[in-house]
Design a protein. Structure first.
Ligand SMILES: [Zn+2]
Ligand SMILES: [Zn+2]
Length: 240
């Protein structure tokens, strides 16, 4: 049993690490085309970003591996695989609940991590990327990585979700984590500046967090930033 648990954990670490390398790598290649020269002089930083990100992949893989093992072996979690277990309208709702719950946790832990003492200990690593690149998606100090790693493994015990919708949540998490750091906006300007764009976080919003630090703390939605008056809008220099 112990070897099966170890195997599950190692498999999850490998999946998270490979997913990071594949998605960050793909958007880094795209960045070289869209913004030629963006990575010039950033090689030492990118090496550090990859190092911290792979360490984070290990930290993310451990709780995920334990939960995956328990799901398979003991039927833990509220993850379901039969499309008829819950009404169809619950599918998109469950994705939204996961993203909103993660966003809420992230916003408040992120604000805490911007207190000077906590910042130096746990969050300076992430802000050492100036400017961040697609490789910075998981560039976190282990303490910060741990705060992120527990979110989905805890949620699957509280909120039912179809396995495919969990895949959607993880895909959104990965792609937005990468694209919000890659140094350019992939969404059309009309969408970013639309009424819907006013509630959603894309690269132009998170870039301003990396420029000014004490604002734009959210992860997916601008809800908490707008409610708590920490939203400073989009990075203008960036939307040129
Ligand atoms: Zn960031
Ligand atoms: Zn920050």
């Amino acid at each position: 049993m112990l070897s099966a648990l170890l195997l599950s954990t190692l498999a999850m670490i490998a999946i998270v690490a490979l997913r990071y390398l594949a998605v960050s790598g793909a958007f880094a290649v795209l960045t070289a085309r869209v913004r030629p020269g963006y990575h010039a002089g950033l090689r030492p930083q990118i090496r550090r970003e990859i190092g911290w990100s792979l360490a984070s992949a290990a930290i993310f893989g451990i709780p995920a591996g334990v939960v995956a093992f328990g799901w398979d072996r003991f039927g833990w979690t509220l993850i379901y695989s039969d499309w008829t277990d819950y009404p169809l309208w619950y599918l998109p709702l469950s994705v939204f609940i996961y993203l909103f719950a993660h966003d809420t946790w992230f916003y408040w832990t992120h604000r805490l991590m911007h207190r000077p003492k906590v910042f130096r200990a746990a969050h300076a690593v992430h802000h050492a990327s100036r400017p961040p690149t697609a490789w910075a998606a998981m560039s976190f100090h282990p303490i910060e990585a741990l705060t992120g790693a527990v979110v989905v493994p805890v949620l699957v015990f509280i909120v039912p979700i179809h396995i495919a919708m969990l895949g959607v949540v993880l895909a959104v998490m990965t792609v937005m984590g990468v694209t919000n750091h890659m140094g350019w906006e992939m969404f059309p300007r009309w969408l970013v500046r639309s009424a819907v764009g006013g509630w959603i976080i894309t690269a132009s919003h998170h870039q301003l967090h990396h420029e000014r630090y004490k604002c734009n703390y959210g992860l997916y939605f601008r809800f908490w930033d707008r409610l708590c008056k920490t939203d400073r809008g989009l990075s203008e220099s960036f939307l040129r």
